[in-house]
Design a protein around this ligand. Sequence first.
Ligand SMILES: NC(=O)c1ccc[n+]([C@@H]2O[C@H](COP(=O)([O-])OP(=O)(O)OC[C@H]3O[C@@H](n4cnc5c(N)ncnc54)[C@H](O)[C@@H]3O)[C@@H](O)[C@H]2O)c1
Length: 357
Amino acid sequence: MPGARAARHSDAVHGAGAARDRTAPQFGVGTTDDGAHGSIVILEGVRVAVTGGAGFIGVHTVEALLDGGADVVVIDDLRHASSRRLPDHIELVEADVAGAEAREAVKRFGAEAVVHLAAQGGVNRSWREPVEDARANVLGTLSMLLAAVDAGCRRFVFASSGGALYGSTDRLPTPETEAAAPLSPYGTAKLVAETYLEMFTRTRGLSACALRYGNVYGPGQDGTGEAGLIAISCRRLLAGSAPLIRGDGLQTRDFVFVGDVVRANLLALDSSATEPVNIGTGVQTPVNAVVAELMATAAVQARPERVPAPAGEVRRCCLDNARARALLGWSPNHALSDGLSRTYRAFAGAASVPAVS
Ligand SMILES: NC(=O)c1ccc[n+]([C@@H]2O[C@H](COP(=O)([O-])OP(=O)(O)OC[C@H]3O[C@@H](n4cnc5c(N)ncnc54)[C@H](O)[C@@H]3O)[C@@H](O)[C@H]2O)c1
């Protein structure tokens, strides 16, 4: 809707060490409601590189950036691309974020901002292949930070993990001030990557922000692997199998709908916040309850199949989102029941897979 994209981003450039108004938008833009997608962030003409843009959260983020008028390049080596296809006309650089080709692509594109989503995302896999996990998640992030500085980017948004960072804390909902105590190589890599972000912000004038997501779910998530309870359960239910529950099912997660996460990504792009920010609902839901609700959505009655829980699994997760409200003006729009029904319908193909809102 072209009329909704009238706002232009400002030409102000934040050089190294320049004073920033921490409340001012990075790109001088705002939000609008175009009816089809709900509230979208206007980033008219802003050049954004999205790493991992072919992945689950990435494709939704690219769609929302395009809706907001941004120019987008996707950098992704397609090792775990989503079944949800990227828009046809999008520029895709097929490269590993830890390598020179990806760094050069950020500069060649003239990126003003980077949304860094590319990662090895499996907690269990990070135990099986901790060195590869660190290569993708630590070196890949360092490499993209260097690329952002080299390209003169004004903003860098990084996908961190609230679920993996806080470990087995009893402080729930967990605020960002809680000390990180990861229980896996994956969580440790996210913590190290966040430390690099803070260092680049202190020393190189890069405005970088880590978003600590809860358990993200929605259309387009891979339901064939070992992570992504809701996507896996949707696939199993649709195949006529019982859902699979690891452990006693009393472990809790902060399930956050992908549309809400995408909105957080765009709000963070347009903000000057450099503290880490939790992106979760502040509600913890036991795995047993989410599976039961999904079965009700699917109108299926089945006894879930139970297998042992993986060692070292986080027991409870619930993220305090007060900082997201204060710094980004973000709060979740989707209750779990709504998100589950959108997700199940998308997996069932009963509805055309709609853009998330
Ligand atoms: N899904 C969640 O619940 C969740 C929760 C917390 C944090 N995160 C983080 O959010 C980000 C996106 O997660 P997602 O669920 O969309 O994952 P995803 O696996 O669906 O997408 C990741 C994308 O990155 C690409 N990729 C992976 N390694 C790469 C590399 N070395 N070079 C280039 N491309 C590479 C993959 O091909 C894929 O397209 C990740 O950083 C993940 O750690 C996700």
